[in-house]
Write a protein that binds this ligand. Structure first.
Ligand SMILES: Cc1cc2nc3c(=O)[nH]c(=O)nc-3n(C[C@H](O)[C@H](O)[C@H](O)COP(=O)(O)O)c2cc1C
Length: 179
C-alpha cells in the first residue's frame, strides 16, 4: 500500500534569528493541512562551500544529509529573502549542491515570497532559473507572494494572522496535490 501522507521539505534561505522567511516555514510546519507533513531542513549553515571536486558518490556528510532529505520528500517549498537583488549566496550554495544529483529532478517545487509588496522579485526570478537547472517541476499554483512583516511574527516564532496561515496552508495543499 502506498504512503498516504505527503512530505513537503521546507527550505529557508535565511540564517537570521527572527527571520520572517523562517517564520513562514515554521508556520507551514504548524499549519499543514490534513495528509501533509511539512518538515523543516535546518542544515543550511552547516553546508560547505560548493566544490565540484567534492561532488562525487561520497559527498561531505552535510551534503549527503541535504540530498537524503530532498530524496525523501514528495515536494519542496522554498522561502528565501532577497539580498542585493538576488538569492542569498548561502542559499544559492545549497542549490548548487543539488544540481549534480538527481534528487530534485521532476520533484514538485514552489516558493513563497514573503517580502513586502513589490519586493523580492529578483530572488524569485533567480530561484526559478536555478530550480530549472536542477530539473524541479515548478508548481505554479503553489507559487505565492505572502508579505510578512517582522511585526507579524509572534514571540513563539509563528505567524498568527489567520489569513496568512490559510494562504500558507493553501500553498502546501497545492504542492501536495501535484506530488
Ligand atoms: C545586505 C542586505 C541586502 C538586502 N537586499 C535586498 C534586496 O535587494 N531586495 C529586497 O527586497 N530586500 C533586501 N534586503 C532585505 C531583506 O530581504 C529583508 O530584511 C528580509 O526580511 C530578510 O529575510 P529574513 O527576515 O528571513 O532574514 C536586504 C537585506 C540585507 C541585510
Amino acid at each position: 500500500m502506498g504512503r498516504v501522507e505527503k512530505i513537503i521539505l521546507l527550505l529557508s534561505g535565511s540564517m537570521r534569528a527572527g527571520s520572517s522567511n523562517e517564520a513562514v516555514l515554521r508556520t507551514a510546519a504548524a499549519a499543514a493541512p490534513p495528509g501533509v507533513r511539512a518538515v523543516r531542513y535546518d542544515g543550511l549553515a552547516g553546508l560547505p562551500h560548493f566544490n565540484p571536486d567534492d561532488d562525487g558518490d561520497a559527498p561531505p556528510a552535510p551534503v549527503a544529509r541535504l540530498r537524503a532529505a530532498i530524496a525523501g520528500a514528495d515536494a519542496l517549498l522554498v522561502c528565501t529573502p532577497e539580498y542585493a537583488g538576488t538569492l542569498p549566496g548561502s542559499f544559492k550554495n545549497l542549490l548548487d549542491w543539488t544540481v549534480g544529483g538527481t534528487e530534485i529532478c521532476d520533484k514538485p517545487a514552489a516558493w513563497v515570497n514573503a517580502a513586502a509588496p513589490g519586493r523580492g522579485a529578483g530572488a524569485a526570478a533567480t530561484l526559478r532559473t536555478v530550480l530549472g537547472y536542477t530539473g524541479a517541476a515548478i508548481v505554479e499554483d503553489a507559487v505565492a507572494a505572502i508579505p510578512v512583516g517582522r511585526d507579524a511574527v509572534g514571540a513563539d516564532g509563528l505567524i498568527a494572522d489567520p489569513g496568512v496561515r490559510r494562504r500558507i496552508a493553501g500553498v502546501l495543499a497545492a504542492l501536495a496535490a501535484a506530488a
